[in-house]
Design a protein around this ligand. Structure first.
Ligand code: GDP
Ligand code: ZN
Length: 310
C-alpha cells in the first residue's frame, strides 16, 4: 500500500523520508527514475512530499513526488540547463549572513534573487548581532539591499531578535535557511527550538566530520511545530535560474527602469536611461548597479544558451 511522507534528505539516491512511523530509508521507484531521466528536477529533494510503497520482501520505494508549492532551484553548471532543485515546499526563505566579520552584500543580493524566485516569502537574517556595535544601524544599512524584504538582526547567543522569525516556524510551515557555513544557521535553529536540534559547528568539529559535512543536514522538524530546511551546498549556488527573482530582488532598479526612454533599454549607454541617471545622481550606488549587472548577465547568458539548444 502507498503512504505519504516528507523527504528529509537525499544521499546518493537514497531518501530519508519522515512518515507517521518515523524516518524510513527509501530508494527511487521506476516511475520516479523514468521521470527524472527526462527532467532532473523530477528527482525528489529535501522538503518534497512523496508517496512511499513498501514491497512484500521489505524494501521501500518512492513511487511519486507530489507537486511542489515552492522550490529553490539552482542552475546546473553542466550542459543540462534544467536546473537542480535544492529544497521544496518552503514557506519562507531566509538569507542568512553574519554581521561579523564584514557581511557579504553581493552574496545577500544573489541569494535573495534565488529566494524571490522560489515563490516563498523572502527574509534577510543578520546573525551574530551581538558582535556589532549598532545592530539597528546595520539593519537600516541593509534595507536598500533588500527592498521590501524584512531585515532581521538576531543574536542566537543572546536570544535577541528571534520573535519575528518564530512566526515562520509554526506547525505546517517550513523555513529554509540560505547562507554560508559558519553563518550561524544551526545556532539560530537551536535558539528557535529551545533545544539542540541541529549540531553547531563546534559540535560538528568534535564529530570529526568538519565544517564541510553539510549534506546530511536538511529538513529538521522543530519540537512544537514547523520545520527548518538547511540547504546544503549553498556555496555552489553561483548561478541563477530565472529573471523573475532578479527583478524582485532589485525592485528599486526594476522600478527605475520603467522610466527609461526605450522599452528595450540595456541600461548601459542608451540615452534617456533612468537607471544610469539615478547612478549619476547618486540615488543608486555603483556597488549595487554593478552587482545587478553581473547577475543580469548570468541570466541573459543562460536564456541565450537555452535558445541555442532548442
Ligand atoms: P552554521 O554553519 O551556519 O550552522 O553555523 P553555526 O551555528 O555552527 O555557528 C558558527 C559559529 O558561529 C559557531 O562558533 C557559533 O558559536 C557562532 N555563533 C552562532 N551564532 C552566534 C551569535 O549569535 N553570536 C556569536 N557571537 N556567535 C555566534
Ligand atoms: Zn535604462
Amino acid at each position: 500500500h502507498q503512504r505519504p511522507g516528507r523527504v528529509a534528505r537525499v544521499d546518493r539516491g537514497v531518501c530519508t523520508v519522515l512518515g507517521a512511523d518515523g524516518p524510513v530509508r527509501a530508494t527511487l521507484g521506476a516511475a520516479v527514475l523514468a521521470a527524472a531521466a527526462r527532467d532532473l528536477t523530477r528527482l525528489p529533494c529535501a522538503g518534497d512530499w512523496v508517496l512511499l510503497h513498501t514491497w512484500p520482501d521489505g524494501p521501500v520505494t518512492v513511487e511519486a513526488v507530489l507537486p511542489r508549492r515552492t522550490a529553490l532551484v539552482r542552475r546546473t553548471a553542466g550542459k543540462d540547463a534544467s536546473g537542480q532543485v535544492l529544497a521544496a515546499n518552503l514557506d519562507a526563505a531566509a538569507v542568512v549572513e553574519p554581521v561579523h566579520p564584514e557581511p557579504d552584500v553581493a552574496r545577500i543580493e544573489r541569494l535573495l534573487a534565488l529566494a524571490h524566485f522560489s515563490g516563498a516569502t523572502p527574509l534577510v537574517v543578520l546573525t551574530k548581532a551581538d558582535l556589532a556595535a549598532d545592530p539597528a544601524a546595520i539593519a537600516r544599512q541593509f534595507a536598500g539591499v533588500a527592498p521590501g524584504v524584512p531585515v532581521l538582526p538576531v543574536s542566537a547567543e543572546r536570544g535577541v531578535g528571534l520573535d519575528p522569525l518564530r512566526a515562520h516556524v509554526v506547525p505546517g510551515r517550513t523555513l529554509a535557511l540560505l547562507g554560508p557555513s559558519g553563518a550561524g544557521k544551526s545556532s539560530l535553529v537551536n535558539a528557535l527550538a529551545g533545544a539542540v536540534v541541529m549540531p553547531t559547528q563546534a559540535i560538528r568539529r568534535v564529530d570529526g566530520k568538519g565544517r564541510h559535512t553539510t549534506t546530511w543536514r536538511a529538513l529538521v522538524p522543530i519540537p512544537g511545530g514547523g520545520a527548518v530546511l538547511d540547504t546544503p551546498g549553498v556555496r555552489a549556488v553561483g548561478l541563477l535560474d530565472g529573471a523573475v527573482g532578479l527583478d524582485r530582488a532589485f525592485a528599486d532598479i526594476t522600478e527605475l527602469a520603467t522610466d527609461c526612454r526605450y522599452a528595450d533599454c540595456a541600461h548601459d549607454a542608451e540615452p534617456g536611461c533612468a537607471v544610469r541617471d539615478a547612478l549619476a545622481a547618486g540615488e543608486l550606488t555603483a556597488r549595487r548597479y554593478d552587482s545587478w549587472r553581473k547577475l543580469q548577465r548570468e541570466v541573459v547568458f543562460e536564456t541565450r544558451r537555452r535558445e541555442t539548444r532548442l
